[in-house]
Design a protein around this ligand. Structure first.
Ligand code: ADP
Ligand code: MG
Length: 238
């Protein structure tokens, strides 16, 4: 059961409380999705789990360990950014191995992990190319590869598909589901897109104004929304 557990998490920027008393649990190996309108605090919550943002209160546990004050690199998490965050002057293999290099992992170990990630993501034939020679979907897979090589307990995704066109988004959704089945790690995914949330999630957390309005299995939220906001938000695709 020890995936990710948040207890009474709060975050204020100066006088503005943007996360208000969020408590939730994502079981180990589950695909959790934070969904809600722009500005509701999804990215802030994810960044606090990653350790990129301090908490103003509350506790964060990963794998049963209190990581609230642990530095990002030691939390066992890896964040997947949008594909444009790739280094243009480095090859696909170098992009994927970059964090391992920073961590001074031996070369043979780096290469083995990059090869394995490339196999999972079907990028083996593209390892020597520069990102500019890849399609949008391939670039997004490289961005995911950079997380996979770190073998995190928890993957964190912040709207990774928002720059892709509609057709590619559908394809990448299927790939993310496949990846989750294959790797089996806990994943937390942030989106403002209800369809994306409904198709990917084991557990959905609907946020509004820095607060979880309702959480549960997608079908449960769809069939039995607690209030009009959840009903309107889950029921009507944007
Ligand atoms: P979302 O990802 O759901 O769109 P965010 O987590 O980015 O929302 O932002 C939630 C709220 O916190 C917004 O009102 C935003 O303006 C505010 N916010 C985010 N980061 C900062 C910051 N560094 N300083 C001040 N306000 C911030
Ligand atoms: Mg955001």
């Amino acid at each position: 059961m020890d995936g990710v557990k948040l207890t009474n998490i709060r975050k204020a920027f100066g006088p503005f409380e943007v996360i208000r008393d969020v408590s939730l649990e994502i079981p180990k190996g589950d695909f959790g999705v934070f969904v809600g309108p722009s500005g509701c605090g999804k990215s802030t919550l994810l960044r606090m789990i990653a350790g990129l943002e301090n908490t103003s209160g509350g506790r964060i546990e990963i794998g049963g360990r209190d990581v609230t004050h642990v530095e990002p690199a030691k939390r066992g998490v890896a964040m997947v950014f949008q594909s444009y965050a790739l280094y243009p002057h480095l090859s696909v293999a170098e992009n994927m191995g970059f964090s391992l290099r920073l961590a001074r992992a031996p070369r043979h170990e780096r290469e083995a992990k990059v090869r394995e990630a490339a196999r999972i993501l079907q990028l083996t034939d593209h390892l020597d190319k520069k990102p500019s020679a890849l399609s949008g979907g391939q670039r997004q897979r490289v961005a995911i590869g950079r997380a996979i090589v770190r073998e995190p307990e928890v993957f964190l995704f912040d709207e990774p598909l928002s720059n892709l066109d509609a057709e590619l988004r559908v394809q990448m959704r299927l790939e993310l589901t496949r990846l989750h089945r294959q790797i089996g790690a806990t994943m937390i995914y942030v989106t403002h897109d209800q369809v994306e949330a409904m198709t990917l999630a084991d557990d959905i957390f609907v946020l509004k104004g820095g607060h979880v309005m309702q959480s549960g299995h997608p079908l449960h939220l769809y069939d039995d929304p607690d209030n009009r906001f959840v009903a309107g938000f889950i029921g009507s695709p944007s």
